[in-house]
Write a new protein. Sequence first.
Length: 217
Amino acid sequence: MKKGQLISLDFLISIILVVLSIGLIMQLSEVENYNFKDKTLRDETYIRGKTAASLLVNSPETTCELVDIRDKNKIISPISNCLTEFVLPYPDCGGAALNKAPCLTWDEFGTNHRTFKPIRKKFLGLTDDYSCYLKVVGGKANSDLNAVLLTECESSPPALAKNVYAIKLNVMINNGNFDAPVKTITIDKNEFEHCISGEGLCTMYPATITFMVWKNE
């Protein structure tokens, strides 16, 4: 074999090795980029989910309200980890509601004679590109029954979502009062003290909420 042919062969092998190296580097770069995006989405979902869970049980827009016993419209403070049960049909939504949709747009932030607070996604800091799931176990005097919350969260957990934030929350559900046979978001000081001491009548019952948040694909 001539000298020129050896040089050409070495050059060709070098070119092939360079091309293979570039291809390998590009593949590794794509994998690294995918892993980075996946971690970013996972971290973002975690932050959104944790924030939403905190707002669910602490926000004045979603929780029960401690009121003055002499004036039910005078709010003393919100009650963390206390949510209000919702039961259909509910005439306060403008007629006997056959589904919960009309109630989600009714009196979002509440005025006088408030009887429930819808749990809107925007109250949880969730934008349209995020979804949530909420399930209640307990929350009623009858331990065989589960309380119902009025919420925009899905009625079933995600089937295909990759990154899902999930948490279990221990809460109290307020599902009635003694002044009228209706649901209420308010609890006066006497009722609240009964619940704390365990003496006397209390309309708040313990429940566990399974709460999930994920980003829509």
